[in-house]
Design a protein. Sequence first.
Length: 165
Amino acid sequence: MSYIDTSIIVAALDPQDPRLKKARALLEEEENKIISEIVLAELASIIARREEITASMANKLGTTREEAVVAILLYILHRFKLRYKTTEGTARLPLLGRVQKPIATAIELAPRARLRTLDLLHIAYAKLIKDEGEPIQRIITADSNFEKTREMLKEEIGIDLHVIT
């Protein structure tokens, strides 16, 4: 099973992206794919900023733009056979107290991963989803920033990294 980073989905949908064919082929050929809530939020943000697309879809569906964003998200999930998994609960961090699990995990991984916030959250989600029983074997991304975490991902979390270029 593979955890799919938002960058792969964006690359697969953007006709201007030079990685379009690789990203699309990977999403179509990969069997078991899982995403997290952070992917949904990132995609919603990207879609919502494309006002011409959301307005057109809202008009076609007879819905609001907000509902059109959700409809597009559902289309993407269906198109690439993506399954999303939520994580629930909190964890206790020394001195901070109770924090939502993805945030707590990201804080714990931050000193070793040294990634931007959203990339760090993807790793945290992948780890949590794996810890909750999903057999995640690799993270697939189009973001080369993940490269610096390759060894840490393998040694600490038991997840391989696949970066398309």
